[in-house]
Design a protein around this ligand. Structure first.
Ligand code: FMN
Length: 163
């Protein structure tokens, strides 16, 4: 039985946010949106270069203060965009700040191309966790947003039912 659910995510251009909102609607979970103190400009043309470099270098930017302690939760939905075929720097910062060992985690990513490799890399960072589900979305803001929101809600419901 799952009592307390937390959603943790980073989103630069809104796709991961869309899925987080769908999961929130489905589950009533609390939401921690990660915000680096210095984020990229979501409209800048150089964002791919800088963001890709930070992701590749496994940078861990300083985040704005967190509101929730993951220790208090039975299940955490964790979402990241794919940058340079891996997870985003803010998610790495979160991992450094919090011990998620043995936590139930349902993870998703949002990719522009293919999120499979990034999912593998994300799971590698979470070897001490209990991964209870995983899902990949392909820029849901522009690719069938309604269907993708529905898919996210069904996924979240299924996970909760399985625990
Ligand atoms: C810095 C940067 C690097 C990216 N690198 C990749 C990539 O390697 N592979 C991919 O499929 N999509 C890549 N994308 C596209 C994003 O993963 C995709 O647009 C995602 O839906 C963005 O999520 P968001 O809107 O929540 O920020 C990249 C986007 C940015 C800004």
């Amino acid at each position: 039985m799952v009592n307390k659910i937390l959603i943790v995510y980073y989103s630069l251009t809104g796709n991961t946010h869309l899925i987080a909102e769908a999961i929130k609607e489905q589950t009533g979970a609390e939401v921690e949106r990660l915000k680096p103190i210095k984020d990229l400009d979501s409209e800048s043309r150089t964002r791919f270069f800088w963001g890709g470099m930070h992701a590749k270098m496994k940078h861990k930017p300083k985040l704005e203060p967190l509101e929730y302690d993951p220790i208090d939760y039975d299940l955490i939905f964790l979402g990241t965009p794919v940058w340079a075929w891996t997870l985003t720097p803010s998610i790495r910062s979160y991992f450094k700040m919090n011990d998620l060992s043995n936590k139930n985690l349902a993870i998703w990513n949002c990719a522009g191309g293919n999120g499979v490799k990034a999912m593998k890399r994300l799971k590698k960072e979470l070897q001490n966790c209990n991964i209870v589900g995983e899902n990949i979305f392909s820029e849901p803001l522009k690719n069938n947003p309604d269907a993708e929101v529905k898919r996210a809600k069904e996924w979240a419901a299924e996970i909760i039912k399985s625990l």
